[in-house]
Design a protein around this ligand. Structure first.
Ligand SMILES: [Zn+2]
Length: 111
């Protein structure tokens, strides 16, 4: 079965248990059994695959403006240093516009 992500609260490895024989669960459970974990999360699913998918679901992290700026600048630097001198003018123009939209000025000549 798919690999389980760590407990989102304490980082411990979760425990996956087949509880299909237990009527009150009726499927698989995945839980954090770390005694020091204040949240002690547990999820259940009718099948192991469902339980794993549910356990591994995490919110998509949101990017800060700083993250976006660093990523965009790194992209532009990598792009040039990798020797892509024949960049699509439309692609560079779109990147430049995106950076300017978040307050980044791009130096250098238009390519
Ligand atoms: Zn935990």
């Amino acid at each position: 079965m798919g690999e389980l992500k760590a407990c989102p609260f304490c980082g411990s490895e979760p425990v996956s248990t087949d509880e299909t024989d237990r009527d009150h669960v009726g499927g698989w459970s995945i839980c954090c059994e770390n005694n020091a974990c204040f949240a002690e999360p547990i999820i259940v699913g009718r099948t192991e695959a469902i339980a794993v998918e549910r356990w591994n679901t995490r919110p998509t992290p949101s990017l800060t403006d700083g993250d976006l700026k660093r990523a965009a600048i790194a992209f532009m630097n990598d792009y040039k240093s990798a020797g892509f001198t024949a960049a699509s003018p439309q692609a560079l123009s779109a990147m430049r516009a995106a950076l300017q939209a978040i307050g980044i000025k791009i130096g250098g000549a238009e390519e």
